[in-house]
Design a protein around this ligand. Structure first.
Ligand SMILES: *Cc1c(COP(=O)(O)O)cnc(C)c1O
Length: 356
């Protein structure tokens, strides 16, 4: 296929770089912030039941799942849209609201799907540097122009794991024009330990131009099932039902996600393991003299100050898969997911061997 056959927007796109999946047994993956305990057992039960109905198309509007979410989040059902992963919602948002030539602002080192959907729809990407490896809300507010349409921010941020406070976000929102959609991607919010984080759903209820994105991929252990959702004002959500693919969330995904929401035991175990795991890793990283950021998520950012790609290859020989952050524009940093206690020990033993 010749290059001139492509839309110019597509010529600019890079391939998405995923975390490596293990191929041999005995290799542990700490590269994609997946749940180390596997999927929610309640979700698995629901999947087995739902499998008997797979000859029937799924509910186009994910009504049962949205009702379950509405109850859990205490927001009206009409304020929620479900997607085939939250990255689907990002694409639906851009396809609904982004005109060619309009600007999309995002931190420079962050989740690459924001850039991808911006470019697919011909938007102009405006990147704002991190400050001390944290999202610079003032810098983002300062980058807004008359052409700005969307701001994408992950909180906690991927790959740095840091989060901003409620007061920082409230004063940021005050500075942003009502012609701009502020998308806060809370893929990791269930892991947050800090108590002073922004109540983004409250801002939605107040009628702000805030879109909250969440996912079943991390905390709920369902990355392979592909379910995410967006929460925003009703008038912002309703048109998105016209641009999404009709059956974007499959039957298994709708049933499994709704069941996972109720899996109290699994969710508590996941939260506690992460809390204990990150404390253990902080202490061990300190002993190894590694520079890292305290995390509000289920992964830790390490500022290696040397080639992350090289460490990645060496760690792979030790049967541990990490995420070098080269594709995030940070070639001398790595990201490591918090695993089970056993996986964390294996990680530390391998790192100690290579770093000493
Ligand atoms: C993992 C992740 C997601 C989840 O994407 P899904 O499509 O729901 O699997 C979204 N945003 C960020 C920042 C992530 O790291």
């Amino acid at each position: 296929m010749t290059e001139e056959f492509l839309r110019p927007e597509v010529k600019e796109l890079k391939d998405y770089v995923p975390g490596k999946n293990p191929v041999e047994p005995g290799v542990i993956k700490l590269a994609s912030n997946e749940n180390p305990f596997g999927p929610s057992p309640k979700a698995l039960e629901a999947l087995a039941k739902e499998a008997k109905n797979l000859q029937v198309y799924p509910d186009q509007k994910s009504i049962l799942l949205r009702e379950a979410l509405a109850k859990k989040l205490d927001v009206p059902f009409d304020n929620i849209i479900c997607g085939n992963g939250s990255d689907d919602i990002m694409q639906i948002l851009a396809s609904t609201y982004l005109n060619p030539g309009e600007e999309v602002i995002t931190p420079k080192n962050t989740f690459s799907v924001y850039e991808m959907v911006t470019k697919i729809f011909g938007g102009r990407l405006v990147l704002v540097d991190l400050k001390n490896f944290e999202v610079d809300l003032d810098g983002i507010a300062g980058a807004v122009t008359a052409k700005t349409k969307i701001i994408f921010i992950a909180n906690p941020n991927n790959p740095t794991g840091t989060a901003f406070s409620a007061s920082a976000f409230a004063s940021f929102l005050e500075k942003i024009s009502t012609n701009v959609l502020v998308v806060v991607d809370e893929a990791y919010i269930e892991f947050a330990e800090g108590k002073d984080g922004p109540d983004t759903l409250k801002h939605v209820k107040e009628g702000k131009n805030v879109v909250v994105l969440r996912t079943f991929s991390k905390f709920y252990g369902l990355a392979g099932l592909r379910v995410g959702y967006g929460v925003a004002r009703k008038d912002l959500i309703a048109p998105m039902f016209r641009t999404k693919m009709p059956f974007n969330v499959n039957r298994l995904a709708q049933a499994g996600a709704a069941a996972a929401l109720e899996d109290k035991e699994f969710l508590e175990k996941t939260y506690k393991n992460n809390l204990d795991g990150k404390k253990y890793l902080y202490a061990e990283f300190d002993k190894l003299g590694l520079e890292y950021k305290k995390t509000e998520s289920n992964f830790i950012f390490i500022n290696l100050k040397k080639s992350a790609d090289e460490l990645f290859v060496e760690m792979l020989r030790q049967k541990v898969i990490l995420r070098p952050l080269t594709s995030f524009g940070l070639p001398e940093a790595i990201r490591v997911s918090v695993g089970t206690p056993e996986q964390n020990k294996t990680l530390i033993a391998a790192l100690a061997k290579l770093l000493k």
